[in-house]
Design a binder for this molecule. Structure first.
Ligand code: ASP
Length: 402
């Protein structure tokens, strides 16, 4: 009920923002500060959220000693399907170019955003020479690297210390999630401020809407391709399972994912369907599915990449090949770090934007369609988790019911 309410609040905020931005261009500064505050709050939470979510994720995988082989298989599946999704998005956004026909008019000097670091330097910088400097300069790749390293070495210390740190970070992660949810409650106000400003700055609104329409087509086409061609092929070829029969057995979690826009909220239903209807053992489903809900987000990865490509096109920023490679890598890392809750991509998208030098304000442009695309990408996220559980179960010698 609460989520439903937020959905309507956002819709009303958007309509009001469009009206306000169109008719009160001069007084847009009276409301644009709400957008600034909202973006500041998102940026405030992104680093602690990613650190705690990654450390918790890594300690969860590593603590199940007997599941070593399973962990590797699971990670290989998660990473490769996410990369396949990202590449699908990259190809589509480069071919269709949804933002190419439209150049946004900005009042702000955006050249400061497009300072591009050489690829080699970006790679070297993944290892920070000063981790505190990495935190303050928002160097996400270094922060992610350090968090994974930290999580890994938590598992190497004495049990007493290991338990203490694991508990500490999983408790902190819960707190960060609560803060994120709290910030998301202000989304209608923030979105109102951001969108009103964007609209007020536009001379050619119709073109903007046309571009957003095409952007949606690219995202949805990519998601459909991944869900209907890529994942079923893996399920059929490696998991030796009929995709049609399998999808029937998990239709309830898929519909729940679509309506709740949260892989986490859907998780109990996913586990139930994959075990009871598809016949995957509890050993495999209880390991792969919670982990998948947290780190395996194919739909989110594809979406975040298309958003970055689209926004670059709209701002007239030409991305070099090395920037596109960085986009692929950061989209993968961002999707891993995305919390499995509605609109969480909004936060982690800033990683890709910062890495390739895109203006964060650009995120506001896609806000009008964020909800509907969240429904679609969350469904694909959960579908990939389900296919993963089945494929891994079969590879471990299990016989499914479907
Ligand atoms: N809503 C997505 C999920 O829960 C995450 C996101 O992309 O915002 O899977």
């Amino acid at each position: 009920m609460k989520r439903f309410k937020l959905h309507w609040q956002i819709l009303v905020a958007l309509i009001l923002a469009i009206i306000y931005g169109s008719f009160f261009k001069e007084s847009v500064n009276y409301v644009s500060w709400m957008g600034d505050l909202f973006i500041r709050a998102l940026k405030m939470i992104v680093i602690p959220l990613i650190i705690t979510s990654l450390i918790t994720g890594v300690t969860n995988v590593g603590s199940s000693k007997s599941l070593g082989r399973l962990s590797i298989k699971t990670l290989v599946y998660y990473i490769s399907t996410s990369i396949l999704a990202i590449v699908t998005g990259l190809i589509l956004v480069n071919i269709i170019k949804p933002g190419a026909g439209f150049e946004i008019s900005v009042t702000e000097d955006i050249s400061k955003y497009s300072i591009v670091k050489p690829f080699k330097e970006t790679l070297i910088n993944i290892i920070p020479d000063n981790i505190f400097k990495a935190f303050t300069s928002e160097n996400m790749l270094s922060i992610i690297f350090f968090s994974i390293l930290f999580g890994f070495f938590i598992l190497q210390v004495q049990k007493k210390h290991r338990d203490l740190l694991t508990d500490f970070f999983s408790a902190s992660f819960k707190v960060m999630m609560k803060i994120t949810l709290f910030i998301i409650k202000f989304a209608p106000l923030g979105i109102f401020g951001i969108v009103a400003k964007v609209i007020a700055e536009q001379e050619n609104l119709l073109d903007l809407f046309k571009s957003i329409g095409l952007f949606m087509v690219v995202v949805i086409a990519g998601l459909i391709f991944h869900a209907v061609v890529t994942l079923p092929s893996i399920l059929k070829l490696i998991g030796r399972t009929s995709p049609v029969r399998f999808v029937n057995s998990v239709i309830t979690p898929l519909l729940t994912a679509f309506s709740t826009q949260s892989s986490n909220a859907t998780l109990p239903l996913t586990i139930e369907a994959v075990e009871d209807n598809a016949g995957v053992s509890n050993k495999i489903s209880s390991f792969t599915l919670p982990l998948g809900a947290t780190i395996n987000m194919d739909g989110t990865a594809l979406y975040e990449l298309v958003v970055a490509g689209f926004i670059a096109q709209i701002y007239g920023i030409d991305l070099t090949v090395s920037q596109q490679v960085i986009m692929v890598l950061t989209a993968l890392l961002a999707s891993i770090g995305t919390a499995a809750i509605p609109m969480a991509s909004l936060v982690t998208m800033t990683i890709i934007f910062t890495a390739v030098g895109l203006p964060l304000e650009g995120i506001a442009i896609i806000m009008p369609v964020e909800r509907i695309l969240d429904m679609c990408r969350t469904t694909v996220n959960v579908w990939s988790d389900c296919c993963g559980a089945a494929t891994i179960a079969v590879s471990e010698g299990e016989k499914l019911k479907v």
